[in-house]
Design a protein around this ligand. Structure first.
Ligand code: A2P
Length: 318
């Protein structure tokens, strides 16, 4: 049975979802169909991942085949940094809805608290970026609210937002933030942010729940062992006759977050889905809690270019 997270309005979001960043075209169709057959209902998408059309074809075919109903699905997507102006948000959402072949989303997120010029998908120079003074997140949130009022998404939320930026939105929001999606795994636990979100009834979704080793491997000087190499986690996994990945996912779910591991491999899709049934002991949870290093793998480094209005400090507020 699928574990659920309860949102501020008592609606339920499946605690385990499928991530689709880096899911390749030509592979993601089959992965989505297999995932639905396994029992996945929650899919995490974004236009910048470049694969929403193929995901849409898979969703369309699964619905047509009767593998699942629209109501059973939970589909998340995100407004890209080029569409932060209030009137542009709904334009971006309509594009995504056409691509995923749905009439509405379950959740629409502000992908990053940073805006680009409309013509610039990935900024290369500081001139490609628009500062938050020029284009405040409150304005983007108004655009998000209009999407709910237009019936195009059931819930709205944010991603890569600090407590401070959440508070900024909360000050003027008419519709509440349902979810904040951020990097979270045992090496980067986000304990304070999670505590604030839980107190505010904002669900936290953990991206890179398997430890972001793809991002880590891109880092020149990273000195931490990959989570998948941790002997402590391996020992816990062995005790439960589970894999390290399953322990990482069960940990995320048991501490009250949603987790969205990406996979396009059938064995790992199944393995990850079954992690929701793994029950870790208090002792296991305590041991994992002690692995926090406060080390962020996803830095948003393309936003914090030299001279950009965004810096590591004002992007993450830490
Ligand atoms: P693959 O698609 O070949 O399974 P995250 O979502 O934390 O960023 O992790 C995604 C990465 O982890 C992908 O490279 C994915 O590759 C890999 N992965 C997904 N599930 C597992 C698993 N159960 N064990 C090992 N690697 C996994």
């Amino acid at each position: 049975s699928m574990k659920q997270l309860s949102l501020y309005n008592d609606q339920l979001m499946p605690a385990l979802g499928l991530g689709t960043w880096k899911s390749q075209k030509g592979e993601v169709y089959t992965a989505i169909r297999q995932a639905i057959a396994i029992g996945y209902r929650h899919f995490d998408c974004a236009p910048i991942y470049g694969n929403e059309k193929e995901i849409g074809t898979a969703l369309h075919d699964a619905l047509l085949a009767g593998d699942v109903t629209r109501k059973e699905l939970w589909i998340t997507s995100k407004v890209w940094n080029t569409h932060h102006r209030a009137e542009d948000v709904i334009v971006a959402l309509k594009r995504t809805l056409a691509d995923v072949q749905l009439g509405y989303l379950d959740l629409y997120l502000i992908h990053w608290p940073a805006a680009h010029l409309k013509t610039v998908k990935i900024p290369k120079t500081k001139e490609d970026l628009i500062s938050l003074q020029q284009l405040p997140l409150e304005e983007t949130w108004q655009g998000m609210e209009e999407c709910v009022l237009a019936g195009l998404t059931r819930h709205i939320g944010v991603s890569n937002f600090s407590t401070k930026k959440i508070k900024g939105i909360q000050a003027s929001a008419k519709i509440k933030i349902a979810v904040n999606q951020v990097e979270a795994h045992p090496y980067f636990q986000q304990k304070e942010l999670l505590a604030y979100c839980q107190q505010q009834h904002i669900a936290l979704t953990a991206y890179a729940p398997l430890g972001a080793y793809e991002r880590a491997s891109l880092m020149p000087n990273h000195s931490l062992p990959f989570l998948s190499d941790s002997p402590i986690i391996q020992r816990i996994a062995d005790q439960h006759d589970a894999t390290v990945a399953q322990v990482l996912l069960a940990w995320g779910i048991q501490r009250g977050t949603a987790v969205i591991p990406k996979s396009t491999n059938p064995d790992r899709l199944l393995q990850n889905y079954q992690a929701a049934d793994l029950s870790l002991s208090t002792e296991d949870m305590d041991m994992l809690a002690r692995l926090d290093s406060g080390y962020r793998y996803e830095r948003g480094s393309y936003i914090t270019l030299e001279g950009s209005p965004y810096t590591a400090k004002n992007l993450w507020d830490e």
